[in-house]
Design a protein around this ligand. Structure first.
Ligand SMILES: [Zn+2]
Length: 281
C-alpha cells in the first residue's frame, strides 16, 4: 500500500511536467499512429509515454546510446496497447534493452534455458518478468511507416500483457467472464485455422508463419495485425477483430479509415529494413 502511494505520488509528479515540444515532434515523425488518434487518445498516449520513459531503465547494447528520440518512439508504440485498457504501465517490465540491429540469443550450451530459441537472430524479444529487447533498425522504420503492416514493439509488449497472469498462453488476464469465454472460442478457432493453413503449405497467410508456433505467438501476431492492418483484419477475421477491440478498447480501423489524416511526406521510407528477420520470443 505504502509502495503504491509513493508510486502514485511519483507518477502525478511526472505528469505535472509539461510534455516537451521536441517529444511531440518525435511522435509526429516516428509514430505513424499518433496523428491518427483522437485528441483524447493522443493526450493519453503522451501521459503514458511520460511515465513509461521515467519508470523504465533504458539500456543500450552493441554501441547504442539510448537517446530521447529512441525512448519516446518506443514508449509511445508500447502505449498504443494501453490507450483504452486498465493498466499499470507494464510495471513488471523494469527495463528496455536496445540493440542497433537484429541480435543473437545465446547458444544452448551456454545455459540458455530456451532450447527452441537458442542461437537465433531476433529483432525483438519479450522476457517473462524481464525486459523487452528491441532492434533499432526494426523499431524505427516500422514505427514510421503506417503501411508496414507489422510492428515489433507492439508484438513484444503484447507478450508482456499475456504474461500478466503468469501463464504464457496467449490469454492475458480478462476481468469479464463473458469476454473470457468468447476469447477461448474465437482465439482457438482462428489459431487452429491458421495452423491448418500453414501446415497445408499455403503460399500466403494472413498471420505470420511464426504465429502458428503457439497460442502466445498467435496472440502477439494478432495484436500486431489489429493495430497495423486493422481494415484487412476486420474484413477477413471480423470476430477476432471485435474480440481484440473489446479487450484493447480501441478501434484502429477508424484510425486508418479514409477519413483519417493523410500520410506525411518524408520519413516513411522502409529501405533496408524489409529483409530483417521477424521477431520470435
Ligand atoms: Zn513473439
Amino acid at each position: 500500500m505504502l509502495f503504491s502511494w509513493f508510486r502514485n505520488r511519483r507518477r502525478r509528479k511526472i505528469l505535472a511536467e509539461p510534455f516537451p515540444v521536441r517529444w511531440e515532434e518525435i511522435l509526429r515523425r516516428n509514430v505513424s499512429h499518433y496523428p491518427r488518434l483522437t485528441p483524447a487518445e493522443q493526450s493519453k498516449l503522451r501521459e503514458i509515454t511520460q511515465v513509461f520513459i521515467e519508470e523504465k531503465q533504458w539500456e543500450g547494447c552493441g554501441g547504442v546510446f539510448v537517446n530521447e528520440e529512441m525512448k519516446v518512439t518506443i514508449a509511445a508504440q508500447a502505449a498504443l496497447l494501453l490507450l483504452g485498457a486498465e493498466h499499470d504501465y507494464y510495471a513488471r517490465v523494469s527495463s528496455v534493452v536496445v540493440y542497433p540491429t537484429a541480435f543473437h540469443t545465446p547458444v544452448a550450451e551456454d545455459g540458455w534455458e530456451d532450447d527452441e530459441l537458442s542461437d537465433t537472430s531476433l529483432s525483438g524479444q519479450a522476457v517473462y518478468r524481464g525486459p523487452v529487447i528491441l532492434a533499432l533498425d526494426a523499431v524505427l522504420p516500422e514505427g514510421r511507416n503506417p503501411d508496414a503492416g507489422f510492428n515489433v514493439v507492439i508484438h513484444e509488449f503484447a507478450h508482456q500483457l499475456d504474461f500478466l497472469d503468469n501463464l504464457v498462453n496467449g490469454t492475458p488476464p480478462l476481468e469479464d467472464p463473458a469476454l473470457e469465454a468468447r476469447w477461448r472460442y474465437v482465439m482457438t478457432v482462428a489459431y487452429e485455422d491458421h495452423r491448418r493453413e500453414v501446415n497445408s503449405g499455403a503460399d500466403t497467410t494472413f498471420f505470420s508463419e511464426h504465429a502458428a508456433d503457439s497460442e502466445a505467438e498467435f496472440f502477439a501476431d494478432a495484436t500486431e495485425a489489429f493495430y497495423c492492418r486493422p481494415a484487412d483484419m476486420k474484413a477477413d477475421y471480423p470476430e477476432l477483430y471485435q474480440l481484440l477491440e473489446a479487450y484493447y478498447r480501441v478501434d484502429p480501423a477508424r484510425w486508418f479509415s479514409s477519413g483519417g489524416p493523410p500520410k506525411e511526406e518524408g520519413g516513411t521510407s522502409v529501405d533496408g529494413s524489409v529483409d530483417l528477420p521477424r521477431p520470435g520470443g
